[in-house]
Design a protein around this ligand. Structure first.
Ligand SMILES: Nc1nc2c(ncn2[C@@H]2O[C@H](COP(=O)(O)OP(=O)(O)O)[C@@H](O)[C@H]2O)c(=O)[nH]1
Ligand SMILES: [Mg+2]
Length: 451
């Protein structure tokens, strides 16, 4: 990141035509921008309607100016916001004039938020939550981002870290007595505290990765032989025709994807080519991609055509392609499923998307999909881990805590204390109280400019 003493500016609203556009300016000389346009700066915390003039002294736009003074501003610095009309020409003219102001430069991606962080307006987990809030497409993603910003993970993780440091300190007081047997009650007390702490971390880790699923979405691949009805189901779930449905085998050749909002979870469905041996090189590539999708997806719907004799034998070769959870669906039930002895209505979902029961059948498959991606007995507030980064840090802390209490506390308290410090550091990095700079750069680069 370049110098923080510069005054930075950027369009905070999306580029293009809109009723209003907001340009944000932050830095020591931000308030002086008003004069550049021949306008007077409002007092801190106030709006002022102002006529901005172009370099030739001609009217440029009538705007609202909002001034904030550091440290009580969003970035902690002096801030000026220009709420202008959202035309490409107006925005371009204002940005152009700002670029010519002394000590002003365009902001980089995430730089306003970086300054918030530098001025302790937000911490690392808050920055991640804010990034998630901006990226939220579903209501559940929005709520989870807010929980994250309000400390859903920070709270418990800070407490765990404090307990680890306290335990380490306690063990260090025992170093002077090393090589003597530790009185049983002290050892038992320490073990009990460690067990409670370990249990709390374990409970957070065993969340079915739901927070990560909410945040990042879930991919579900539709896998099956040609003509099994994959594209038909995909279109049904999407509520529109995204994939070509045809009784010509080998119609779907590439992976077609569509994202649906399933109770707040962004589920990306992948319709794939039917799995079969083929001499057609394009179709073969499609089959290769289908196999890859089966391997990499979070969950799969395995479709077999129930009207084909021997459909039952087709299931296990398909399930073996899938690494994640799989749901087997026997299709074309409206035409009658052959081989009734194997029909296994209890084991497999029967789906008929034609005929009089099509609607109920479609609802049943949606329900089954819901069960596949949303863990049973899930409670929204319970998942506090939203990124793999958090998971790895807590796993590392949990493991180090386990190692620490594997030592003989009486003979080697210093080894146990050292492991506890590792555990505390792992959580410290996660919360952002130590070693944050590298992480920040990677997080901020994912922000948009103007944030
Ligand atoms: N009767 C009936 N026909 C279906 C059903 N699902 C698919 N089909 C038909 O089966 C053929 C192949 O379907 P398609 O979705 O293209 O299969 P894909 O190759 O697996 O994508 C088409 O003619 C569909 O209309 C169903 O539930 N009932
Ligand atoms: Mg198809």
């Amino acid at each position: 990141m370049p110098a923080r003493s510069d005054t930075i500016f950027a369009l905070a609203t999306p580029p293009g035509r809109s009723a209003i556009a907001v340009i944000r300016i932050s830095g020591p000389t931000s308030h002086a921008a008003a004069q550049t346009f021949g306008a007077e700066v409002p007092s801190a915390g106030r709006f002022r309607v102002a006529l901005l003039l172009d370099p030739g002294g001609q009217p440029l736009d009538e705007v609202l100016l909002l001034a904030m003074s550091g440290p009580l501003s969003s970035t902690g610095e002096d801030v000026l916001e220009i709420h202008c009309h959202g035309s490409t020409a107006v925005v371009a003219a204002i940005l152009d004039m700002l670029a010519k102001c002394d000590g002003f430069r365009p902001a980089e991606a995430g730089e306003f938020t970086h300054r918030m962080f530098d001025h302790d307006k937000i911490d690392l987990l808050g920055v991640e939550g804010l990034a998630d809030l901006i990226d939220a497409d579903t209501d559940l993603q929005r709520r989870q981002a807010w929980q994250q910003m309000s400390g859903a993970l920070r709270g418990p993780a800070t407490n765990w870290r404090a307990s680890l440091i306290e335990l380490a300190a306690h063990l260090e007081t025992l170093i002077d007595f090393a090589d003597e047997d530790l009185p049983d009650n002290i050892a038992a007390g320490l073990q009990a505290r460690a067990a409670t702490l370990r249990g709390a971390m374990r409970a957070a880790l065993d969340d079915g990765r739901f927070g990560e699923r909410v945040r990042g979405g879930v991919t579900v691949a539709l896998i099956g032989a040609v003509n099994a009805g994959k594209s038909t189901l995909m279109n049904h779930l999407a509520g529109r025709d995204v994939a070509i449905v045809s009784d010509t085998a080998g119609t779907t050749r590439d992976v077609v994807s569509v994202t649906i909002d399933l109770d707040g979870i962004a589920v990306t469905l992948l319709d794939t080519a039917g799995i079969r041996d083929t001499d057609d090189s394009i179709e073969a590539e499609g089959v290769r991609r289908a196999r890859m999708a089966a391997q990499q997806c979070d969950a799969a719907l395995i479709l077999v055509d129930g009207t084909r004799p021997g459909w039952h034998a087709g299931i296990s070769p398909l399930t073996s392609l899938v690494d994640g959870d799989a749901l087997v669906i026997v299709t074309k039930a409206d035409l009658g499923i052959t081989d009734a002895a194997n029909a296994g209505k209890d084991t497999y979902l029967h789906l008929g998307l034609a005929g009089p029961n099509a609607e109920a059948s479609g609802a049943a498959v949606l329900d089954a999909l819901r069960q596949l991606v949303i863990p049973a007995n899930w409670a929204e507030q319970a998942s506090i881990i939203t990124r793999l980064r958090h998971r790895h840090a807590i796993e590392a802390a949990h493991a180090a805590l386990e190692v620490a209490f594997g030592h003989d506390l009486g003979k080697a308290p210093e080894l146990a204390a050292e492991d506890l410090r590792h555990a505390a550091d792992s959580l410290g990095r996660m919360i952002g109280v130590i070693d944050v700079e590298d992480l920040l750069d990677s997080i901020f680069s994912s922000f948009c400019i103007g944030k």
